[in-house]
Ligand binder design. Structure first.
Ligand code: PRP
Ligand code: URA
Length: 209
């Protein structure tokens, strides 16, 4: 699969297995999503450019490296994407945060947008979209469309579990958007849930079912 990066780090894989377990409580689920997001943030930011600076240590001068290049914004897709934002911000506290509210209609599975608030200078930033699940791909494609309307050139999509269908759709509609995930599951059921997946990510995060 083009443009899809599956993080195979053992810690990520182990924690995703715990997430999948139906006996994992909402508290544990939230903690695990945050921990996995920290680990995925570490992986997804590998290509951030660095520049050399000089600074004074307590005992001398050092030529050393700091992050440079374009600024970053993360955009969680509400609701479930919120669970990934804090983990990300632990490592990248300087990132700006936009929010896009989208839910999937239960019957049609079509994405319905209800909120969008993005940083005013988002066109000057690289964007990482966050959502635990890429199922039919409808929500992700809509979110990417919103962000592209604001002239953002570099968008990455990061999720925990993707389906083959979702990957294919996002790739077909937005081939420039790279997908980062911990697993690509085989299929969707008749209700658009990823199988085996982890169930409804929003409900499991927030205990709404
Ligand atoms: C879930 C998930 C994605 C979407 C994926 O959100 O967090 O946003 O479904 O499905 P898709 O790829 O078929 O569009 P949901 O609609 O359950 O909303 P919620 O996060 O508010 O619970
Ligand atoms: N949304 C979820 O939360 N889980 C799925 O499996 C599919 C869509």
């Amino acid at each position: 699969m083009q443009n899809v990066f599956v993080f195979d780090h053992p810690l990520i894989q182990h924690k995703v297995s715990l997430l999948r377990d139906k006996n994992t409580s909402a508290k544990e689920f939230r903690e695990l999503v945050a921990e996995i997001s920290v680990l995925m943030c570490y992986e997804v930011t590998r290509d951030i450019p660095l520049k050399e600076i000089e600074l004074e240590t307590p005992v001398g001068f050092a030529r050393t490296k700091v992050i440079s290049g374009k600024k970053l914004a993360i955009v969680p897709i509400l609701r479930a994407g919120l669970g990934m934002a804090d983990g990300f911000l632990q490592l990248m506290p300087m990132a700006r945060v936009g929010h896009i509210g989208i839910y999937r209609d239960n019957k049609t599975l079509q994405p319905i947008e209800y909120y969008c608030k993005l940083p005013t200078d988002i066109d000057e930033r690289d964007v990482i979209l966050l959502d635990p699940m890429l199922a039919t791909g409808g929500s992700a494609c809509d979110a990417v469309k919103f962000i592209k309307k604001r002239n953002v050139k570099n968008i990455k999509f990061m999720c925990l579990i993707a389906s083959e269908t979702g990957v294919a759709r996002l790739h077909a509609e937005h081939p420039d958007v790279s997908i980062y995930c911990a697993a690509v599951d085989e299929k969707l059921n008749d209700h658009g849930y990823i199988i085996p997946g982890l169930g409804d990510a929003g409900d499991r995060l927030f205990g709404t079912k």
